[in-house]
Design a protein around this ligand. Structure first.
Ligand code: AOF
Ligand code: ZN
Length: 375
């Protein structure tokens, strides 16, 4: 028991290290590693970017020959394959690590238990599954994509206490206060893609970028990463109506316009700005939303944030494309003429949709309710 709480203490630190890669690991998981010998932390590292060294490799490099006989605390099963990086399991064996303590198994089919096998076969003791829920929270998107080939899709909504998201005119700035909006920046930042609808772009002329200076205090020092890379902004625009002057094109290199109608001339015009245009199959004239999510899986996006109006959010909910809701709720009443959260027809009580709340958090005067949609 005493051992277990000591292991958890070090794994918590490894999880905090892993979280430093929150905004940068892209298609890869967030992973932290701590090497401990004789009760002393001798190295600590985290994985930062696709193509760069893994957490274990960086920690072993820091420790040098001192690594022999140490325990490695790693938030993810060490990899066993030769990818862009050599296998971490081999490196741990080679360095003489005596024990490896892990939060989550790596569901990547190239690893999936083979990392543990390598370590055990070399006589290293392996303890896995400690603080697994915390690790799940960190890498839910990566794990989900490894299991389903699809990204984990969150939908962010801001509502009044009477469940309204915009006035009848479309006016919606601001329902929630600054702390809640700052929290949204965090969810944007950790997402590989942000999806919105053409109606939102036309109505709000939004940029949908991460503003590093508006991130929650805790994450602000990681904000410099966004100068190099913003999440991919995906505009669902079935008829390619988006104006080239839209502010979303101010950082055009990370804009993907998804459409159902071919228009070579307009596409070329947008591509000249640096954006990408992708024609996907349609469903009764509108972009097939399922195809969009599948496409984002193929380009290795782990986490997606949908920030749209009630039509797109309702369609995605109805088509079971949402995994999680982030509902920011403000203590205001907007009245019955205002717009609801989801445009979705449900006529009978028996057909109501159940969601599973996983977190309630106070943010200034507002609340965040996080809930899982599919169970
Ligand atoms: C680890 N430690 O820090 C990370 C791991 O292309 P590569 O070689 O960088 O391999 C990427 C895969 O390795 C990724 O899909 C995941 O399975 C694992 N990530 N493993 O032991 C790390 N980032
Ligand atoms: Zn590795």
């Amino acid at each position: 028991m005493k051992h277990k709480s000591r292991h958890k203490k070090y794994l918590k630190k490894a999880l905090r290290l892993a979280a430093k890669g929150m905004f940068t690991t892209g298609a890869n998981p967030r992973v932290g590693c701590l090497l401990v010998k004789n009760g002393q932390v001798i190295a600590e590292a985290y994985h930062q970017r696709v193509g760069e060294p893994h957490a274990e490799a960086l920690a072993l490099q820091q420790a040098g020959s001192k690594a022999a006989g140490a325990t490695a605390y790693v938030t993810l099963e060490p990899c066993s394959h030769q990818g862009r990086n050599p296998p971490c399991a081999d490196a741990l064996i080679h360095a003489g690590i005596k024990r490896v303590v892990v939060c989550n198994d790596d569901p990547n089919p190239l690893v999936a238990g083979q990392g543990y096998d390598k370590l055990r076969n070399a006589g290293i003791s392996v303890i896995s599954g400690l603080l697994a829920e915390r690790g799940d929270e960190l890498n839910r998107g990566f794990f989900h994509r490894m299991h389903t080939c699809l990204p984990w899709v969150r939908c962010k909504l801001a509502q009044s206490i009477d469940g309204r998201t915009a006035m009848a005119s479309g006016e919606s700035f601001w329902i929630t206060g600054k702390p809640a909006r700052s929290h949204v920046q965090y969810w944007r930042g950790r997402s590989g893609a942000i999806i919105t609808g053409i109606e939102t772009v036309l109505a709000d002329d939004c940029q949908l970028t991460v503003r590093p200076d508006q991130l929650p205090q805790k994450y602000r020092k990681l904000g410099h990463d966004f100068a190099q890379q913003q999440p991919l902004r995906v505009v669902i625009d079935s008829e390619l109506r988006i104006p080239p002057a839209a502010r979303v094109f101010e950082h055009a290199a990370t804009v993907l316009v998804v459409t159902a109608s071919e228009n070579r001339q307009k596409s070329q015009q947008l591509e000249a700005l640096g954006a990408q245009v992708k024609v996907l199959p349609d469903q009764q004239g509108a972009v097939d939303l399922g195809a969009v999510i599948r496409y984002l899986g193929t380009i290795e996006i782990n986490e997606v944030l949908v920030e749209s109006g009630p039509t797109l959010a309702g369609a995605m909910l109805q088509q079971q494309l949402l995994d999680e809701l982030l509902i920011f709720t403000a203590p205001v009443i907007m009245g019955s003429a205002a717009r609801p959260l989801f445009k979705i027809d449900i006529e009978e009580m028996a057909k109501r949709l159940h969601i599973k709340p996983i977190q309630f958090k106070a943010l200034g005067n507002d609340w965040l309710i996080r809930a899982l949609v599919k169970q």
